[in-house]
Design a protein around this ligand. Structure first.
Ligand code: SAH
Length: 251
């Protein structure tokens, strides 16, 4: 029996290799196998020659079997003694099924090491000057998946509570359902004047910000042709947005 390998669940940050952690870079440099959803330019150069690259792609529309296949591949390679890196966008444990992968690996008795990452939920708004909390605007923040729309039967989210929430609401994967999320919140009593920012392709060359009041943002986004990936921010902190490049994304 070969020595049992290990799986590293690694956060890749919001896209730019500059935002990988020092530890992520070190772990990638020793990887035997890398399973990735998207490989940001520059990450490939960090890998040792001969590392096996497995594209798990199609983020967002992956179904159960494919997820199972990913988990199976990780287990197989680790049992064969490989150092396996599962590279995930942002932080591995904020959406993106990192928690499920951890469970599958635990079940198979594979040693796991987590390398936390810079999450898009905080870094993408931050880079356009929107802090998710601010003493004058919000003392709390909630991060939601936009796959849960208010009209959906048996939504796992409490939309009445969210409409009353006074902190910042950050929504990932929310472009498709933006109009119904915005109208659902307004119908439940959230102020239609609440400012909203949509940040597409944050920290990447095509970064674009669209803003507007909650009551109108659905139509504004449609006319502007807003597309994923984007982070949606709802709340008073959006008033701090300025057209500036705080993260040097355009350098
Ligand atoms: N684990 C990741 C999130 C995975 S869900 C993290 O911590 O960041 C994928 C969603 O993240 C996308 O649909 C989008 O809403 C958001 N996202 C990730 N990178 C982004 C980027 N560079 N710009 C805008 N949105 C991004």
């Amino acid at each position: 029996m070969p020595r049992k390998g290990k799986v590293y669940l690694v956060g890749a940050g919001p896209g730019s290799p500059d935002l990988l952690t020092v530890k992520a870079k070190r772990v990638l440099g020793k990887a035997g196998v890398v399973l990735y959803d998207q490989l940001a330019g520059g990450v490939r150069d960090l890998l040792p020659p001969g590392a096996e690259l497995i594209d798990c792609g199609k983020s967002g529309s992956r179904h159960t079997l494919e997820q199972e296949e990913i988990e199976q591949l990780m287990v197989e390679r680790a049992l064969a003694g490989k150092r396996v890196v599962r590279l995930k966008g942002g932080d591995p444990f904020l959406f993106g099924r990192g928690g499920e992968e951890l469970e599958a690996l635990r079940e198979a008795g594979i040693p796991v090491e987590l390398v936390p990452g810079v999450t898009s939920a905080i870094a993408v708004p931050g880079c356009v000057g929107i802090p998710v909390t601010h003493r004058s605007h919000a003392s709390e923040v909630v991060i939601l998946t936009g796959h849960e729309e208010p009209g959906k039967r048996e939504s796992s989210l409490d939309w009445d509570l969210l409409a009353r929430f006074r902190g910042t609401i950050v929504i990932l994967m929310g472009v498709k359902n933006l109009a119904s999320i915005a109208s659902g919140l307004v119908e439940r009593g959230k102020d239609p004047a609440t400012p909203v920012a949509l940040i597409e392709r944050g920290l990447a060359p095509g970064q674009r910000v669209t803003t507007g009041p909650l009551g109108e943002i659905g139509g504004i986004a449609k006319r502007a042709g807003v597309k994923p990936p984007a982070v949606i921010v709802i709340g008073g902190v959006v008033s701090l947005y300025r057209e500036e490049d705080l993260c040097g994304a355009k350098e």
